[in-house]
Design a binder for this molecule. Sequence first.
Ligand code: ADP
Ligand code: MG
Length: 253
Amino acid sequence: MIEINNLSVSRDGARILHDVTLNVPPGRLAAIIGPNGAGKSTLLHCMAGLLPPDCGQVLVNSRNIHALSEARRALILSLLTQAQGTIPRLSVQDLVAFGRWPHHRGRPTATDRAITAKALARFDLDQLATRNVETLSGGQRQRAFVAMAYAQSTPWMFLDEPLAALDPKYVRDIMDRLRDMTGDKTGQRSIALVLHDLSVAARYADFCIAMKAGRIIAAGPWRDIVTSDLLSDLYDTPLRVAQLDGVPVVMGL
Ligand code: ADP
Ligand code: MG
């Protein structure tokens, strides 16, 4: 469980998050949605312990995340940021293996190597394992970074818009795999991710957090959040949730 209590956060002197109180249940795929500038990335960074709050606190599995060392945090959560900044000059295999660093701190074991191999296979990267990350397409690179976060084997995974630059096949592949990791099945991961595509959120997320102007507008099971009225209000534009062959789709009107 993540418990966020009365959290306020500023950046460069400007208040970005206002009195956020929110519980994110474990074992779920929790989607954070909301318009550009709503504070989604700021919230995720603060949940990861990277931005100090002005007031309030974030408890991840009952631990105050801002009171932990970076080394301890890296065993509890992984964070894939929205822009990965400089692209590392590493092979895909070495990038994914880097996800194991918090566990071995420079001395990889057979277990670390086995988990790296599993992550490469799980994200369909075996064919690209020896390629330099710099030479990959945007979508291939994105998959490699998600695989690195997966290899970190943390109970919580935070992903900021992990589907940017992915074509539909890989959107489905990655979302299917992320969903398979949550719940009571293999691995038991809890995932919180920022999603831009509302139809993807409607289809895959089982918990949704709607944000606007630095506040939580609503949070709960996706059926309560992904409604035509709530989304139209959230985005200040007419949106409609429809069903297509039993699958929810969100359309602009
Ligand atoms: P989202 O991810 O929902 O698009 P962000 O969390 O990135 O939103 O940004 C929320 C608000 O905070 C925006 O108005 C943005 O301009 C502002 N902001 C983000 N980073 C900084 C920063 N380093 N300094 C000042 N303002 C920032
Ligand atoms: Mg963002």
